[in-house]
Design a protein around this ligand. Structure first.
Ligand code: AAT
Length: 289
């Protein structure tokens, strides 16, 4: 049979009237953990991808955009970062990029759901392949908010919040309490990168403005930068950059970063500078917070 009579689709509702679908060539795995529903699928265009509670997390085709932008922007702002805390990120994509810097001493990865990491090691070696052998990487399976509350002052130079959107288990990571704890456990020149959602659909816009307002209460330097990722709602996404000392543009260390000699698919020194130039409608959304 050349033409199948049915297509099996993964569909995410981007809002109440907009849907995004990928044709599934093979369902790989589904299960419900104490934290969330996990599904792994195979597709032609996007390769293997996984979703949590139906929401897209990682696809093989476009994960590089997200993981480049969460990891390399802070590393090019302070190339001396040595101690990194990743909250969420059980797929391994963020720690993979951070561990490419040979001078990084330790990476603590705090993932609430051990099954995400185990399944990514099984189905997504592209992001999780290094986890079993990388000796600087230390996975912890617990809630990120609880972990930072039990961490001594000044323990990390960089915190990357690589978590789900502010629904379900990710909610605590969008609170003022959490941002204050992050400030406390960061060193004097520490940097925090967090999800800033998308400036497009109403749900994300609300969450983006709330998160931005809360971070501004806690950190002296707060900026927002953008990147494109095809499979997240609207494809136009933001990260927050919060810092105690360094400004991502004024202190941008392009030459030192280029000397690391890393080959990246999305990030480069021009993107670093350009990503902080936001469209007027995004600036206006952020200004009113
Ligand atoms: N690297 C891109 C993948 C993710 S997955 C986010 C991870 O955060 C999930 O594995 C989830 O189990 C974990 N997580 C959720 N809440 C917590 C928490 N409270 N503590 C620790 N880990 C948590 C990010 C996708 C971003 C999607 C943006 N639209």
């Amino acid at each position: 049979m050349d033409q199948p009579f049915v297509d099996i689709l993964y569909t995410q509702n981007w809002d109440s009237s907009t849907k995004f679908s990928i044709k599934v060539t093979k369902p790989l795995h589904s299960e419900v953990t104490p934290y969330q529903r996990i599904d792994f699928f195979e597709s032609d265009t996007y390769g293997t991808f996984f979703t949590l509670d139906g929401l897209m997390m990682v696809t093989q085709k476009d994960e590089f955009a997200y993981h480049d932008m969460i990891a390399h922007v802070p590393m090019a702002t302070n190339p001396d970062i040595k101690r990194v805390l990743i909250i969420g990120g059980g797929d391994g994509g963020t720690s993979r990029e951070i561990c490419r810097y040979k001078h990084i001493e330790k990476v603590d990865l705090v993932e609430i759901d051990e099954r995400v990491m185990q399944l990514c090691q099984q189905y997504l070696p592209q992001t999780a392949g290094h986890i079993a052998t990388e000796t600087r990487l230390h996975p912890h399976f617990e809630d990120g908010l609880k972990y930072v509350k039990n961490t001594p002052d000044g323990s990390y130079d960089l915190i990357l919040v690589d978590s789900t959107d502010p629904i379900g288990s990710g909610e605590g990571l969008f609170t003022t309490d959490f941002y204050r704890e992050c400030f406390r456990v960061l060193s004097g020149d520490g940097i925090l990168i967090n999800q800033h959602e998308s400036p497009y659909y109403n749900f994300h816009v609300r969450e983006m403005r709330k998160a931005h307002r809360k971070i501004k209460e806690v950190f002296p330097i707060v900026k927002v930068y953008q990147y494109n990722i095809a499979t997240y709602p609207s494809g136009h996404w933001l990260f927050g950059f919060a810092s105690k000392r360094y400004d991502p543009i004024l202190d941008h260390q392009a030459k030192r970063w280029e000397e690391f000699g890393l080959k990246t698919m999305y990030y480069n020194s021009q993107i670093h500078e350009g990503a902080f130039a936001l469209p007027t409608f995004v600036n206006e959304m952020l200004a009113g917070t």
